[in-house]
Design a protein around this ligand. Sequence first.
Ligand code: MAN
Length: 195
Amino acid sequence: MLANYGILPPAGPDSDEDESQSVCDARTALLDAESALNDRRSDLRNAEGSLTKDYGPDGVLRALEGQCISRDAGEYTYEHCWLDQTRQRSKRGGATVGMGKFAGFATVDVDEPAVGGRVVARPRLALEYTGGSVCWNGPARSTRVVLECGGKDEILKVFEEDRCVYTMEVTTPAVCGGGKENKEGKEGGEQKDEL
Ligand code: MAN
């Protein structure tokens, strides 16, 4: 009405109303673009992190990141989430206990039978998980996951070496490659030990 009497400018494409609508649209577009930019920045950070992260010799464990395997043993289900953490879940409704967060790789010597009844120590790739839930009157739980070449990703055995210090024996095809560790000892390796 005020526009009709010439008191306010006529409503039209250049009116305040339309201008505020286009400002609003522009603001929304800016926020959308900023949010898309932040997503891309975060993708970039993740990609950079993934490139600099240690996935083991020749990056053999890269494909396993984000996957978990588990095994029932006694009153617990033990879980290994590759390059992330190990956990002990109570089967009787008790709490789930952290057995350590991924801390890095190690090489451990594992005794194995060799030709001629001998026992030889063979180096194996292991993952160390530390700083898990603190035991009552004891250390923070920790786990050493010792890898062995095998047809599938599987926890073969879990044992508690010392109170709250755990070892998992785990097989995975990821360590069956040509590296010097975890090689099945049929070819050169076995014979060399006999020389
Ligand atoms: C729980 C489990 C055991 C551990 C004891 C220590 O029962 O985590 O593996 O030995 O706590 O108190």
